[in-house]
Design a protein around this ligand. Structure first.
Ligand SMILES: [Zn+2]
Length: 370
């Protein structure tokens, strides 16, 4: 903790000496200042964040890796003092063989993170449903009743739950060269859920939906286009059925952009109030993550083309675009050219509403609003 805080203090001095200023509501051309609602930023990756925000017209970043204990909360709070516009979500302390009472204990820690440290939400990793077990070694389903206090607490605190349940369809197919995600699965064998030891994808999504149904007062951000970018009609039905759901586009533009661009455009326009911009940008000791990771480690020079690929998809009607995350597969996407008023909601206004963020970036506005 001390060494982390000390290195953050040194970094603060560097930022001040370099004359870097806090991000403002600076738009890029006709684009409003963008909110990246899905990122993973650790203290050791923080030094790169101000430059990335500035050169890509981003003024708020939601860090979904906020940690689960007061030590982590204090470090994240310091990070936000250094980089105004960095918000954090609480991440439960998942471990193997979870004991009864876990949900109530985590609810109390979520409350501490929000009320004392200005956290803005709760992040649920895909481990829930896929890897985690109870004290008897049985798989914990996403709708495990023990977790109800946690979902309810998020609703009571009026902070959203960013929930990652299941994964791309291809991860349930055999991980062989015929699998179009073979390259990605070769780098990450543990991302393959093919075989009887894993629950079917549909079972996981149904479990998630039962949680959403049981907690209508809690807002759920179903990340990665609700993990059904392959079937936008499924996402359409989810959004129509549950008013407490929004989705983000993080790490799924390559899938979303493969469909008929007119149909995708119509989907985005119909659900213009329910879609958040996010990228799955990761900055950590291990380096950069741009939506996913492969054998080639990206460099800082790759960040702008990564964001530009998102912007081009949303803003232009160009065909055969290079998608943002090449390791996900070898195909091109088609731009959907959304109108400016829709883009403004997706880039910014929807996130401000869901995060209940009213003030300009900065530590003074980190406390929850009314
Ligand atoms: Zn993520």
């Amino acid at each position: 903790m001390l060494s982390t805080l000390r290195s953050l203090a040194i970094f603060t001095a560097c930022v001040l000496l370099s004359g870097a200023s806090p991000p403002s509501d600076g738009a890029t051309g006709s684009r409003p200042a963008v909110i990246d609602a899905h990122a993973h930023i650790t203290p050791s990756g923080l030094q790169h964040l101000p430059g990335i925000m500035k050169s890509n017209g981003i003024d708020l970043v939601v860090n979904l890796s906020g940690g689960s204990n007061p030590r982590a909360f204090r470090v994240r709070q310091k990070m936000s003092e250094i980089v105004p516009g960095l918000l954090h979500f609480y991440t439960p302390a998942w471990r193997e063989r979870i004991q009864p009472g876990f949900g109530a204990r985590e609810a109390a820690k979520l409350e501490l993170s929000v009320s004392t440290f200005g956290y803005r939400g709760l992040k649920i990793a895909k481990a829930l449903g896929l890897y985690l077990t109870d004290e008897l070694g049985r798989r914990i389903p996403v709708d495990w009743p023990e977790l109800d206090p946690l979902w309810a607490k998020a609703g009571e605190l009026r902070v959203p739950v960013a929930i990652h349940t299941s994964d791309p369809k291809a991860f349930w197919e055999p991980p062989d060269p015929l699998n179009e995600r073979f390259e990605e699965l070769s780098v990450h064998p543990s991302w393959s859920f093919h075989g009887p030891e894993y629950p079917p994808r549909e079972v996981l999504l149904d479990e998630r939906d039962r949680v959403i149904e049981r907690h209508p007062k809690t807002t759920f951000i179903c990340v990665h286009m609700a993990n059904s970018p392959e079937d936008l009609e499924v996402v359409d039905a989810l959004l129509k059925r549950y008013p407490n759901v929004v989705v983000d586009i993080s790490a799924r533009v390559p899938e979303i952009g493969r469909h008929d661009p007119e149909a995708v455009r119509a989907f985005f326009i119909e659900h213009q109030d329910r879609i958040l911009f996010g990228t799955d940008l990761g900055l950590s000791r291990r380096g950069l993550m741009l939506g996913s990771t492969g054998n080639d480690t990206p460099g800082l020079d790759d960040v702008k083309p990564f964001f530009d690929a998102h912007f081009e998809f949303l803003e232009t009607r160009t065909r055969d675009l290079r998608h943002p995350t090449p390791v996900q597969g070898d195909w091109s996407i088609d731009g959907i050219g959304l109108p400016p008023e829709v883009l403004r909601k997706i880039y910014r206004d929807n996130a401000l509403r869901v995060l209940r963020f009213t003030g300009p970036p900065g530590p003074s506005s980190a406390a929850p609003g009314p």
